[in-house]
Design a protein around this ligand. Structure first.
Ligand code: UDP
Length: 380
């Protein structure tokens, strides 16, 4: 494919971004330059640009096959990708399956320990401020993302981890941790952007524990170029498991979406017409049984609270693992939530509004949880 790149829009530590004649498309050029520790350590890794362009392309294609929206259009040349022009969300989302790097240092734990649940952290992408960590409330309060965008972003993050762990495992690599970035496309949808490569992941050889990523550069371990080439060779090799990983993931997502549709929730990007602001009571549902009754009376309220799909649900996963181990291999997508029940007196319209407010403001955390309300007139 031949695309003429035009003006240089941005030059970062590892990549350059160019405009093209089409305002909806950009070209990314991957550089051999390497930096670490917020650019305090600088160097160059021969062939890194080509390795990262090839690795990121294969991984983004794999994720796209499984339904993860990405900015990638095509690999144009060994170190250039054609991508959708997106507005980058200034967040770095780090997923940690095992303790390493700054996490191990911060909490004084050895590198390599399994993290259960998986830890997701995110930072503001701002070199001048040293990429400070954020939490969900701060990200929304600072106007960086809407709650809906945040939800989509973390759903996608969980999906990427679920897909990449087995993808790398099939190649004899343990995915220790990695960093993701997202963009907003012209239609307002959140898509995976930037790169996934040995620059942005920790990858340890499953058999030997050897580090095959940028830590070889950061920590002066030697064999940097060889490690990058090794990762390229393994990632570009097709494995029998790849199609199975995609199939299982798609089936799991469909099972989840079915469950969501059943309880009247919607799943989708920031663009989703059905998507409601969590504070407006996302997924709120009042049972038909309460309608048509006038005057003050007693109602039984049932409030169901479930972790949003974007939040990794360790309890649900543990239950699912046990259920499947016990021979119920057809069970998928287990999520564990909580139910709060109470009686409440008043007129239906007032009670509905009151319970909805209680459900979203007090009984659940709208950033992390979906809530569903049912009201039934009490017997007698
Ligand atoms: N990471 C990255 N860019 C950054 C910071 C981290 O790609 O600016 C990746 C890093 O390669 C590792 C993961 O995110 O795979 C977690 O990095 P960590 O927070 O442990 O920081 P580090 O030890 O790299 O300073």
């Amino acid at each position: 494919m031949s695309v003429q790149r035009t003006e240089l829009l941005y030059e970062g530590k590892a990549k350059k971004v160019y405009a093209t004649a089409d305002p909806e498309l950009h070209v990314i050029e991957y550089k051999d330059d390497a930096t670490a520790f917020n650019a305090q350590k600088r160097g160059s890794i021969a062939g890194k640009g080509e390795v990262n362009a090839a690795v990121a392309t294969r991984i983004f294609e794999f994720l796209a096959e499984a339904g993860v929206p990405t900015h990638l259009e095509a690999l144009l040349s060994p170190r250039e990708q054609l991508v959708k022009a997106v507005r980058i969300v200034p967040l770095e989302v780090v997923v940690r399956n095992r303790a390493a790097g700054s996490f191990a240092k911060r909490y004084g734990v050895p590198e390599g320990g399994e993290l259960d649940p998986v830890v997701v952290e995110w930072c503001l992408k701002d070199d001048a401020l040293g990429d400070p960590m954020l939490n969900d409330a701060a990200a929304v309060a600072l106007g960086i993302v809407t709650p809906e965008e945040l939800e989509t972003l973390f759903e996608l993050t969980a999906e990427v981890n679920d897909l990449l762990k087995p993808f790398f495992a099939a190649r004899g690599l343990d995915l220790i941790d990695f960093k993701l970035e997202f963009g907003v496309d012209p239609d307002g949808a959140i898509v995976l952007a930037d790169e996934i490569s040995p620059d942005t992941c920790r990858l340890w050889d499953s058999a030997t524990g050897d580090k095959l990523d940028k830590d070889r550069f950061r920590r002066d371990l030697g064999g940097v170029e060889e490690a990058y080439q090794e990762v390229r060779a393994r990632v570009l090799t097709r494995t029998e498991q790849d199609a199975e990983i995609v199939r299982e993931h798609v089936a799991e997502r469909e099972a989840w979406e079915l469950g969501e549709a059943h309880v009247g929730h919607s799943h989708g990007g920031a663009n989703d017409q059905d998507h409601q602001h969590p504070h407006a009571g996302a997924g709120r549902h009042t049972s038909a049984g309460a309608r048509g009754d006038a005057g003050a009376r007693t109602f039984n309220a049932v409030v169901d609270v479930m972790l949003r799909r974007s939040i990794l649900d360790p309890q649900g996963r543990a239950v699912e693992a046990t259920v499947r181990r016990l021979g119920h291999g057809n069970v998928r997508g287990v999520r564990v939530g909580k139910r709060i029940t109470f009686a409440i007196d008043g007129e239906l319209a007032e009670v509905e509004a009151q319970v909805a407010a209680l459900a979203t403001d007090l009984l659940s955390n709208p950033v992390m949880e979906d809530v569903q309300v049912e009201l039934e007139p009490a017997a007698g």
